[in-house]
Design a protein around this ligand. Structure first.
Ligand SMILES: CC(C)NC(=O)n1c(-c2ccccc2)cc2c1CN(S(=O)(=O)c1cccs1)CC2
Length: 233
């Protein structure tokens, strides 16, 4: 039986990441808006735009707190942010659903998202992903590390020094692996299941690119920040 132990450095690293992750949350007022009175499809879309924009700002702030990230090449930092923004958004969205909400709120939230101008063909895989994340019942440490590992994916487009990114990502993967073993001794495959969700995320981000095209044909507007991070318009 493998004796797994979190070292002092790993404990410090964990604390830095979880503190950053819990500090940089989407303003509750924005999330609350989605739950208020009846909205039209256009207003729901506008709210999602607002939420997604604020999430990108949160993502940038969180990423700056990942130990080692700011010592990467500047252009590679941008490439990692742009390359992971959509996946981080879907991961954060799933985590919003994972949170215990007063009864009925999850359904209202689901309804608003379904009625926001997103075509059915994307709604299904998107909600399947949310459910697959919710069913894992991740603790905050796992959520924060999974987001960190997603951001530190070496093979994003335009990343020059992939080795440097790989080195930091490997530190995070090793920490998450240990946490999973300690957290779920009875579920030896849990770590593998978590990483499997990252593959699902990549598929979703391909759907997202198509979603954007269909929105643009219906003349939906995005914020300058979303246009920049998604490379549209
Ligand atoms: C929490 C934030 C990050 N989630 C969010 O903004 N959502 C949520 C969502 C999920 C669970 C709870 C609350 C909200 C569903 C969707 C989005 C955004 N996207 S988007 O970025 O493609 C988009 C932007 C503008 C028009 S469409 C569409 C799908």
């Amino acid at each position: 039986k493998e004796k797994v132990e979190i070292t002092k450095e790993q404990r410090t690293l964990m604390k830095v990441i979880v503190d950053a992750y819990s500090t940089h949350q989407i303003p509750q007022d924005v999330a609350k808006k989605l739950l208020q009175e009846q909205y039209s499809a256009d207003e729901n879309f506008l709210l999602l735009t607002e939420m997604a924009t604020s999430q990108v700002q949160v993502l940038v702030e969180f990423t700056k707190n990942i130990p080692g990230f700011l010592s990467l090449d500047r252009e590679d930092q941008i490439a990692l942010l742009k390359g992971s923004a959509v996946e981080a958004m879907f991961l954060r969205s799933a985590q919003v659903f994972s949170r215990k909400m007063p009864s009925g709120q999850t359904e209202v939230l689901e309804e608003r998202i379904r009625k926001s101008g997103i075509s059915e063909e994307f709604i299904i895989p998107m909600f399947n992903f949310y459910k697959s994340i919710v069913s894992l019942h991740m603790v905050q440490e796992e959520q924060a590390l999974l987001t960190t590992i997603t951001i530190l994916t070496p093979d994003r487009p335009y990343v020059k020094d992939q080795q440097a990114v790989e080195r930091i990502q490997e530190t995070m993967l090793e920490l998450l692996r240990k946490l999973c073993v300690l957290q779920r001794p009875q579920e030896p495959q849990y770590f593998a299941r978590l990483l499997g969700r990252l593959t699902e995320l990549r598929t979703l981000s391909h759907y997202h690119a198509e979603m954007l095209t269909s929105w643009r044909t219906n003349d939906h507007k995005f914020t300058p920040l979303l246009c920049e991070i998604w490379d549209v318009q």
